[in-house]
Structure formats: C-alpha cells, structure tokens
Design a protein around this ligand. Structure first.
Ligand SMILES: NC(=O)C1=CN([C@@H]2O[C@H](COP(=O)(O)OP(=O)(O)OC[C@H]3O[C@@H](n4cnc5c(N)ncnc54)[C@H](O)[C@@H]3O)[C@@H](O)[C@H]2O)C=CC1
Ligand SMILES: [Mg+2]
Length: 274
C-alpha cells in the first residue's frame, strides 16, 4: 500500500474522509498527508510520491486554474471536510477528544454522545448592475488585476435579502432595488461557506459609489465590453510594460465567474436587435 511504501503509518488511512464515488460506485476518500506543515514526510519522499503517482503537488488556489469543475468540487469537499475534522478534535462541552465516524460525516464525543456535524457559513455574492454596467471590486489580498463581485457573510438573525442590502450599502454605499437569485456553490477557503449568488440592480440614477476602504481596495463600474473582453483574455496576468496589471476575472470553477458570465450573456441578448 502507498502509505507503507512511503514510511507512513497505515493506520493513517482511518483519518480519511469520504468525498464521493465514481460512476462504477467505487468510493473516493481524501487524506491529508500534512505535506505543508509536518515533517513526517521528507522532500525526497514527496518527490518519490510525485514520481509514483505521475503528478506533482500544487497549491490549491493555483489548482483552481487547472482543474475541471468535477475535480475542483471534489477538492473543495476534501479540503472542507479535512480542515473541519482537524479543527474539531475536542468536544466543546466536555473537553474530551471526539471520534470521527468512518465516512467522516460527523464526530461524536464518547463521554456525552454529543454529535458534531461539519458546518458551513452562508455568504452572499452579489453582482450589482445599473442596467448597462456591473459593479466589480477588489480586496487588497487579491492577486493584482483581479476583480470580483461584492460578497459578505450573513450575520446571525439576517435573511439573505437583508445581508445583500447591508453588504452593498456597507461596501459601496448603494441602495439595492431589485434582487434575483442566480446560483449557489460550496466554497472551502478559508473555511466552509455556502456561497449564494444573486444579481442586484440599483435605482436608476443612483450610481455614485463610496468605496469602503476598510473592506475593499477598489470598486468600479465596468461596461459589458470591458467584462466580455476580460473573459476572452488568457493568463498569465502578469505586469504589463506600462507597469499596470491586466483586468481579469475569477477562474471558471468559481461562482463569481458564472454570475458575471450570466450577466454578460443577458446583456448581449438584450442588446441584440429583436
Ligand atoms: N467562490 C467565490 O467565487 C468567492 C468566494 N468568496 C468567499 O466569501 C467569503 C466572504 O467574503 P468577504 O467579502 O471577505 O466577507 P465580508 O465582506 O463579510 O468581510 C469579511 C469579514 O467579515 C467578518 N466575518 C463575519 N462573519 C464571519 C465568518 N463566519 N467567518 C469569517 N469572517 C467573518 C470577518 O471580520 C471578516 O474579516 C470569503 O472568505 C471568500 O473566500 C468571496 C468572493 C468570491
Ligand atoms: Mg466583502
């Protein structure tokens, strides 16, 4: 077995979690080898594994640009579940160690039988439009040139509609008039979120934005053509000769990409002659 071969304790397989199954009903499990923080695996073992598995280890955010949707979603489930187990080793009531079930769908405290299930935080993602342009923003932590839709965690007690109105008002000072649900996605970074994506429109004429610089580095209105050409642009999105970075959008496996794409397509249809 692979774990034995690389000097790992075969018992480690019990730490794995079920993330799905193939069309032939073979179960797929994920296991964290602790390559980024531990030391039980040396650099040479790591490269032996790469040779054996005919692949190479790569950062997960980088992998977002390389994986198809199906594989990306498996990676999201694996990352979310493995991180959750790692952070929930103890019962918050008794302080005793909790025990994972075989599939990894829950943990139980043996001293009081409290069951812990993996949790997700609801997050709204909102593409604001003024009818002809859409509003995109960037946080200072984003790679240079990348713009996304507005987003924010739901506060306790809020409905999604309330979160959307509050986040848009807080981050860019605009008042949402109409809302339309678009899609949802599980997102594992930095912790599990359920991303709920919506289109929003502002009242006609109320388009002056006030960027909240504590939350965002920049926000601006973009035309249909600017967004459509950003979708056509291929990476890498490196610094240009004039010192600036090209404007680019999140990769295909993200809900932001689908949301912005949907807006572009709708705009294209509405601008076509009847
Ligand atoms: N998959 C996708 O396409 C996208 C995913 N996202 C994800 O959405 C998440 C939220 O977006 P932001 O605009 O940063 O949120 P945000 O606008 O609510 O601001 C983040 C701040 O909210 C606070 N906060 C409140 N509840 C929190 C909770 N349950 N967990 C963590 N922080 C909490 C923290 O102080 C944090 O710094 C991010 O973690 C990001 O990874 C964001 C945009 C696109
Ligand atoms: Mg935000």
């Amino acid at each position: 077995m692979l774990l034995d071969k690389f000097g790992q304790n075969a018992q480690r397989v019990e730490d794995s979690v079920l993330i799905g199954c193939s069309e032939q009903q073979e179960a797929w499990f994920a296991l964290d080898l602790g390559l980024d923080n531990s030391s039980s695996i040396s650099a040479s073992q790591k490269s032996d594994m790469e040779t054996e598995l005919k692949g190479s280890f790569t950062g997960m955010r980088k992998a977002l640009f390389q994986l198809n949707k199906k594989d990306a979603f498996l990676m999201f489930t694996a990352q979310a579940l493995l991180r959750w187990h790692d952070a929930h080793q103890f019962c918050s009531k008794s302080g005793q160690p909790t025990k994972k079930n075989m599939a990894g769908s829950k943990r139980v405290c043996p001293s009081n039988n409290i069951i812990y299930y993996p949790q997700m935080a609801p997050v709204v993602i909102i593409l604001v439009s003024d009818g002809t342009r859409c509003l995109l923003a960037r946080q200072s932590s984003f790679p240079k040139g990348l713009y996304s839709a507005l987003s924010g965690f739901c506060d306790i007690g809020e409905s999604l509609e309330e979160t959307i109105r509050r986040e848009v008002a807080e981050e860019v000072g605009l008042e949402v008039e109409k809302l339309q649900y678009a899609a949802s996605q599980h997102w594992p970074f930095p912790d599990s979120s359920l991303m709920i994506a919506c289109h929003a429109t502002v009242k006609p004429g109320q388009t002056e934005i006030q960027v909240n610089l504590r939350e965002l580095e920049a926000a601006a209105w973009f035309s249909h053509d600017e967004v459509a050409s950003a979708f056509r642009r291929k990476g890498p999105y490196t610094q240009q000769q004039n010192g600036t970075f090209p404007f680019w959008l999140p990769p295909k496996v993200t809900i932001t990409h689908w949301l912005i794409k949907e807006w572009v397509e709708k705009q294209t249809c509405s601008s076509l002659p009847a």
